[in-house]
Design a protein around this ligand. Structure first.
Ligand code: TXA
Ligand code: MG
Length: 339
């Protein structure tokens, strides 16, 4: 189906809520990235999300709620440790996976017996969910495989004509998606690193890290992790280990000689290492929040500039750096140079 996609603002919440109640898809800002929302209790509405994104049907969605009470209605079990995490981090970029209540259709959970839940920390998202009086299923509002949208225009680039409306709330704050935590067993298991860090979580509950599903056989813990993600059209190459700058300069020269347009993505402190190439600045190493907020926009900008290759310097894999590196690694796919 072809839509005349409406570009809305915070003043149009009632209209957007009405569209959701009618079973349509509406993209809206959250504090992490833009989400593509639909009524989580209506499997036909949810099917439209998968169709609009081209998302594989076995990759489950996060259900967004406006209150803990609304979230608790969707699960069979609410462990005390989850209560502690919800009190500490909701509203905010933490998603908890728990055994689902039968009211949640299998279409939302990719057929799993669990459901992923979070309360977003964004006034437009909260007002929309409250006005719709519905839990709202919402993956990131990009075409499947593309970088997640951190601005309304990114959603427009990917989904104009494919969804009913987009609410423009300006750039999102965090820029990387929420932390996904499997809370169906103790210790809890980190399925996707995000804004709430492993260090933050471990102050309140026992948490172990899960291996990425990309390279393991059998059923992945979190179906989403087995797919390639966050990829611009340009080839992304992640350079790690020792002598990173030297290797990036060598690769840049090599691709440049073949007539390729090359960009380097790194923190500001590294800028002088790469004279003469397009530099995609991630901000200071001392503040990775800036890097998180910029990565998806910069990947899309590199495409807009017609870059063929993006060479990326690795960042420290701790605190927010863990989430950023997870996304960069997925964007690079097999193109990871380790020295
Ligand atoms: O910040 C975010 O989380 C954004 C905003 C819009 O809320 N949403 C988002 O959704 O990133 P999405 O669909 O792009 O990623 C959802 C992740 C996927 O990796 C999916 O596999 C995992 O959550 N997930 C969802 N339900 C699950 C479940 N029942 N068990 C395990 N993993 C689940
Ligand atoms: Mg996504």
């Amino acid at each position: 189906m072809r839509y005349e996609t409406k570009m809305l603002t915070a003043a149009d919440i009632e209209l957007a809520a009405h569209l959701l109640r009618q079973g349509e898809c509406v993209a809206f800002p959250t504090e992490t990235v833009y989400g593509l929302g639909a009524n989580a209790l209506d499997k036909r509405a949810v099917a439209k999300i998968y169709a609009a994104k081209g998302r594989p049907a076995d990759n489950p969605l996060i259900v967004h709620c406006h209150s803990q009470a609304q979230a608790r209605e969707l699960v069979r079990d609410w462990p005390q440790q989850v209560q502690k995490l919800a009190d500490a981090f909701w509203p905010g970029p933490l998603t908890v996976v728990l055994p689902k209540n039968p009211v949640v259709p299998a279409a939302v959970t990719g057929g799993l017996d669990t459901v992923a839940l979070r309360i977003p920390d964004h006034p437009i998202a909260l007002d929309l969910i409250a006005a719709a009086r519905l839990p709202v299923a919402a993956p990131s509002a990009n075409l499947s495989g593309r970088p997640s949208p951190t601005r309304a225009e990114h959603v427009w680039q990917d989904l104009a004509g494919r969804i009913a409306a987009i609410i423009d709330g300006g750039p999102t704050g965090w820029g990387v998606e929420s932390t996904v935590l499997d809370c169906t067993r103790l210790p809890f298991r980190l399925l996707r690193p995000g804004g709430i860090t492993l260090e933050d979580l471990r102050r309140l509950a026992p948490v172990e890290t899960a291996n990425s599903g990309l390279h393991t056989s059998g059923a992945p813990l979190s179906p989403g992790v087995k797919y390639r993600h966050y990829s611009p059209s340009a080839q992304v190459i992640l350079v790690t280990g020792k002598r990173v700058a030297e290797n990036i300069r060598r690769l840049a020269a090599c691709h440049g000689q073949k007539g390729k347009k090359v960009a380097v993505m790194a923190c500001d402190e590294s800028r002088d290492n790469y004279p003469g190439v397009i530099f995609l600045a991630l901000g200071s190493k001392a503040n990775l929040q800036v890097a998180a907020a910029r990565i998806y926009h910069l990947l899309r900008q590199a495409d807009a500039m017609g870059c063929d290759v993006i060479l990326i310097e690795e960042l420290p894999r701790e605190h927010l750096g863990r989430a950023i590196m997870d996304r960069l690694q997925k964007a690079a796919g097999p193109n990871i140079i380790e020295t």
